[in-house]
Unconditional design. Structure first.
Length: 82
């Protein structure tokens, strides 16, 4: 399932929060890798594909339903390799 966005604001926010959550768990995660992981979570092959699709279709309902400050990222207590 692919999620469509009006802007890159939401996926950027999630990628930054993922990077911070990884750091808090002792994992160094570069922003580019976090962006690619977020793109895959939203149904895209990579960040550039997500970025190029912005505004190309009607946004998915969830894009406007949740304020950015309500978006949370929680990592399970497992080893993550990138």
């Amino acid at each position: 399932m692919r999620i469509y966005f009006m802007t890159t604001q939401r996926p950027k926010t999630v990628a930054k929060k993922l990077k911070k959550a990884a750091y808090a768990a002792g994992i160094e995660l570069k922003l580019g890798k976090a962006q690619n992981a977020v793109a895959r979570m939203y149904g895209y092959a990579h960040w550039n594909e997500l970025h190029s699709s912005v505004g190309s279709r009607t946004p998915s309902l969830m894009d406007g339903d949740v304020a950015d400050e309500e978006v949370t990222v929680t990592l399970p207590p497992v080893s993550i390799q990138f």
